[in-house]
Design a protein around this ligand. Structure first.
Ligand SMILES: Nc1ncnc2c1ncn2[C@@H]1O[C@H](COP(=O)(O)OP(=O)(O)O)[C@@H](O)[C@H]1O
Ligand SMILES: [Mg+2]
Length: 235
């Protein structure tokens, strides 16, 4: 059924041009950035969809953003048919990529607490499913990249930073890269419901916090994860 919808969407999208996209009703979902693609929810020929577009960026920004978009398209191409991640619908031109719209809203504490162990378990299963296809998300620490629907269903978006190495890279890096994605999920457990962490997860959170302090390029703003993990290990 999913495949049928997707192929119908692709057929309808096939004739969709940049002009059609620019004339369609759309909302900007992304934060304004001179370096990253703009993300729109747009009413496409097969219904509401997402379009990532770099056309409005300046010369240098567009160069980088095009590269990010191409990486994202490649990663999503490897995830064809995986439920819970966007499916590529159509390349409007080299600056814009249309993909399926996932249900749900970005992860927040209230929705997470409704099913505090089932939601991370579903996320970890979904992370395993993408890793099996050789794709590592690498930005799950951003809660805007994790969607939750009202039934507790989960989705992952924003594969712009994803890493999808070839067979040798996969063989060498698969374990540490999977670990990074898993930490992105267990961090939320440590922050919001540490009692639900397993001891192994709590130790992983502490290790991740130690490593994070060594990363000096972006600010580290801890939010109780370390205390939560310590508390779990004490109890
Ligand atoms: N395929 C999608 N389905 C539903 N919502 C999406 C989808 N892709 C992106 N979004 C929403 O748009 C927001 C911004 O998109 P994202 O790809 O994360 O770009 P960025 O982080 O660079 O602004 C996401 O946080 C999410 O809420
Ligand atoms: Mg994002």
């Amino acid at each position: 059924m999913v495949a049928l919808h997707r192929s119908l969407g692709m057929t309808a999208m096939g004739a969709w041009s940049r002009k059609d996209f620019e004339e369609s009703p759309r909302d900007l979902l992304s934060r304004d950035s001179m370096l990253k693609p703009r993300v729109y929810r747009v009413l496409g020929p097969s219904g509401p969809s997402i379009v990532k577009d770099v056309a409005g960026l300046g010369f240098f920004g567009r160069f980088l953003a095009r590269w990010l978009l191409a990486r994202e398209a490649r990663a999503l191409g490897k995830l064809d048919g995986v439920e819970g991640v966007p499916q590529v619908l159509h390349r409007l031109d080299r600056d814009a990529l249309a993909m399926s719209l996932l249900p749900g809203r970005p992860l927040c504490k209230e929705s997470f607490l409704r099913q505090p162990r089932r939601i991370p378990d579903r996320l970890l299963l979904l992370a395993d499913a993408i890793h099996e296809r050789g794709v590592f998300h690498m930005d799950l620490r951003q809660r805007q990249n994790i969607l939750l629907d009202d039934q507790g269903g989960v989705g992952l978006v924003d594969f712009g930073a994803a890493f999808s190495p070839g067979p040798l890279g996969r063989w060498v890096f698969s374990r540490p890269l999977s670990w990074v994605d898993r930490q992105g999920v267990t961090k939320f457990l440590a922050r919001w419901v540490p009692s639900e962490l397993t001891p192994e997860e709590a130790r992983g959170v502490l290790r991740a916090q130690r490593l994070r302090r060594l990363w000096i390029f972006t600010p580290h703003i801890p939010d109780g994860e370390e205390e939560g993990a310590r508390e779990k290990l004490k109890g």
